[in-house]
Design a binder for this molecule. Sequence first.
Ligand code: NCD
Ligand code: ZN
Length: 345
Amino acid sequence: MTSQITIRRPDDWHVHLRDGEMLEAVVGYTARQFARAIVMPNLTPPVITVAAAEAYRGRILDALPAGADFTPLMVCYLTDDADPAEIARGYEQGVFAACKLYPAHATTNSAHGVTDIRKLTGLLETMQRIGMPLLIHGEVTDRDIDIFDREAVFIERVLTPLVRDFPALKIVLEHITTAEAAEFVAGSGPQIGATITPQHLIINRNAIFDGGIRPHAYCLPVAKRERHRLAVRKAAVSGSPKFFLGTDSAPHGIGRKEAACGCAGIFNAPYAMESYAQVFDEEGVLDRLEGFASEHGPNFYGLPLNEGTVTLKREDVTVEDVVTHGDIRVVPFHAGETMRWRFVG
Ligand code: NCD
Ligand code: ZN
């Protein structure tokens, strides 16, 4: 049995690092495991301008633990009034790595999101021309669509026409959760990729209702039926360059999760590589972890692969019940469980 693996340093292609005290509490977990991360722009107010992204990048770098070697890659939050010239300038200056499309009201801090993608035609033409990736939270927001169907309906109603109308636009369908998403991405051209989170590889929707309501297993897109988890898992471990690592680590303080209306988001950063290693190990394809974690993402974005390596050892690690930093308390994914792999760095 393999007792340890060493792979090229990985990156996280979708993370929420937050701001202020929460940023200080969580950034070290991501920086310990990953060389780079695509940092989601859904702050209040959202990151819309080049100046705001530069300032946020500065705050992230300031919050890093001493000696950390970590590069945040910034993202522009799209609104109905997104300015193609400003966004292209940010991309060309190396400030914005991508744009993020949140359908308005799809998830946490998405009130400023896009109400109708047709309003963005000029911007999408620009992005297609300059090769700037569009990252999509792929869920419709109509309240008459069942929450478990919102990703599949988004693919049918929004993504399929989008890919037809902008055939060269680079698109990442973020945090896929369904067989429909895995099939759509696998069946599209090389310009379409997808990120996959640890939780959507590990839990299905039963985890949210296991003996009572479990707010720490609730994120968006919400975990689906077992058959979908298996389809997403198959895609992740397939070795296809279209699927890559994106944790969607989304911390919320305990009080905001354990509430009458709890926030969506799972904080998986502390044991992210442990989670993924366990999945690839269970599937008998540990040799494919490196592609998923360290190669497919940079190749899709057209960025260089990281230098250096990290090692994971087959050792039991017990996950703490709560991660604490000053007044901040966040329950991590796998709280209280034993992981079978340990990230040594
Ligand atoms: C994210 C958050 O909390 O910012 N929550 C989540 O459940 N993933 C928002 C998002 O990415 O949907
Ligand atoms: Zn997210």
